[in-house]
Design a protein around this ligand. Sequence first.
Ligand code: 13P
Length: 291
Amino acid sequence: MSIVNAKEMLLRATDEKYAVGAFNITNLIQMEAVVEAAVNKKAPLIIQTSVTPSKFLGAKVLACIYRTLAESAPIPICLHLDHCSDVEFCKECADAGYTNIMIDASKEIFKENIRQTKHVCGYCHGIGNISVEGELGTVSGVEDQVKVAEDEAALCDPEQALKFVDETGVDIFAPAIGTAHGVYKTKNPKLDFDRLKRISELINGDEPKVPLVIHGGTGLQPDVVKRLVFLGGSKFNVSTDLKYALIDTTYDYISSHRDEYNPGKVDAAIKATIMNRIYYWIDMLGCAGKA
Ligand code: 13P
């Protein structure tokens, strides 16, 4: 029950208008922290790994730790590969035991994006209960190996979105609507709420079919987050916030304990900070108690 793909949990979230937090982690402490916080909040959870940490730690190692933690957790948990533009690595992670795979061919022309996304869907659906995320339009900023300049970012066309979803058979869909990876330069970034509403109506108007993903969660104000969720975003990605929490806490702890050589205490400080960030996001996304 605890090991699930993303689509299963997100169809309900779409229907009930809440979002599941999808948190990028880079190590075991972070993975334990997000699981423990979600269990305490009785919230469904998506753990994400970007390509670089997935390769550094190894997809099989990550999937093995995920499965061990998820099997004994009383909540549904998905392990998602984030923004992978390499079809072969998507397949490797699916083979290793990830339960959701994001093929990010959004920088390709439309036809090629459809071809690659469809191919990964065919593979993942063929080997087991693995759902696939695709993206259309491009999200600006930096997320691991994906770097898109602000003036290169392109918003998702609603009619094309419908065609993309129909032709690829993708399970969950990330439309670019103006959010950005990393830290926003302004408190009020220009987001296209109407575009999200239109895409949501076109794809999930009659009944939830293909849940929508909001990228670039870090730095969005609470009222903006809630509006995006109300308009149909049911997977909400947060990465940079947790990187800052990890690095700042490590720095602060070591700076104020210069004579201490107990790594377990640094780990405990990091875990506590990350858990507090997860509580913040889960409360805002409305998924507490939904497991
Ligand atoms: P942030 O780093 O802005 O939180 O974005 C996360 C994300 O969208 C991961 O895919």
